[in-house]
Design a protein around this ligand. Sequence first.
Ligand code: ADP
Ligand code: XUL
Length: 533
Amino acid sequence: MTRYHLGLDCSTQSLTAVIVDAARGAIVHRASVNFDADLPRHGTRQGVLREDDSTVVHAPPLMWVEALELLLARMKSDGAPFAEVGAVSGSGQQHGSVYLNGSAASTLAALDPARSLAKQLGGIFSRATAPVWMDSSTSRECEEIARALGGQDVVVESTGSAACERFTGPQIRKFRKTSPAEYEATTRIALVSSFMASVLAGRIAPIDSGDGAGMNLMDIRALQWNDAALDATAPDLARRLPPIVPPTTIVGPISRWFAERFGFRDDARVVAWTGDNPSSAVGLSLIEPGMAAVSLGTSDTYFGTMSACRTDPRGEGHVFPMPAGGYMSLLCFKNGSLARERIRDAHGLDWNGFSAALASIPPGNNGAIMLPYFEPEIVPKVFHAGVRRFGLSEGDAAANCRAVVEAQMISMRIHSAWMGVRPTSIRATGGASVNREILQVMADVLRCPVHRCAVTDGAALGAALRAAHADLAADGSAPSWRNLVAPFVHPASDHRVDPRAETGNVYDDMAARYATIERESATDPASDSISAR
Ligand code: ADP
Ligand code: XUL
């Protein structure tokens, strides 16, 4: 009797597990391993290894393998119901790549349950570390790939994203240029997601189209490798890549190593893993077109769902196929909580003081505007940090609190317009979503109700729900996505913030002005006031 489904999320700093009972709509078990604290021998800080050149950021894949063994061992001793798990899936931090040598497939297929995973898998890598999404050392390779393909417009249109430093293709190109012998010794290149699925299934797993879209190598419409992109990236790349499959593909039964070691059933299914963002979209119940979510974390991200594939002509946003069908878009704003904290601290406030100050000034901030680039920005691309203020004095606490939040929400509105979908509601998550005043500005600027979600571990939850969907479908009783995810979205108690009618068209005018200022300052950095604060 199988009742449960296991989802894992191998993120930057931790490996997290969630077991769901889909029939009851309940999470029955949760656990997590923190890479720095639990596996200190790998010497990571915040899950990664940095070279002196801070643009190079890698992580050891063997650490993720050890984390998997440690996590499942802890869960077993806590009584996790592994014998009743029908299927397992997972998600990984996107873009990171793992390089495997010729011994990988046979080693994975013959793991000895009496010995630890890490001891047996140490020899399967042709590159000891995996470049991860925080690595930004491939600007030259991005230029070379874009030039070979006929320009960034062509890259966006064919792969769904502009050639980006952290994306896998540019990373592979750099590896081939700097370490040609190791590239020659590489027989398979995996993503973090497909690597972890390979370990679980005891065979080289395919790459799912959701995570494949984060490589600058996949045709975003055909959902297959794009030959021109492969040729522009590195020689003989096609034979080093596994096939691309739909996100709910069953890779095979779980490897005997896991069955014997932890008591999984021999026929428990491993479902293809995907990227953490497509998986989070499921965990946040974004399964129909026109839905949107905003995560207000260290950085702010905006997810939107679309029925058809539409790409961002400016090359700022990314498009990934969704596990539940259709596509999702992703925008990543680096100056999120970081920028809000800088203003809060500059004026000696706590969050209550910040919120009160923000609320003391009317929407539109009496015409004051800030471009909040405390750090170089991803959307829009701003290479040099520098806050710009227009009609805004740096010492005015209240006006600065309102200005930073209005700027962030207006920027989301402007830079998500290419998606061509006006959301009817937005789910808010992440640390700053507890702040009602910030959500009020979001609702007013984006002109729709904002629901605060209590979902944490959204990527692992999404993985468990994908495992459930694929497993039930394979048994001939595919549930509707809507019914499957609905019980898991618990709105927080004070969950809904509506746009206020009295705001009127203040933000239509302000968005137009903001867009002009943003455009002009991209070409001419002169402004009323540029400062580092
Ligand atoms: P991440 O997952 O990226 O580490 P979180 O989603 O945990 O980030 O969010 C952490 C951020 O939430 C902190 O950086 C902090 O600035 C912000 N935060 C926490 N409480 C509040 C609040 N009441 N108002 C605004 N921001 C808050
Ligand atoms: C998305 C991105 C990150 C990683 C790590 O493009 O780089 O969100 O997926 O979470």
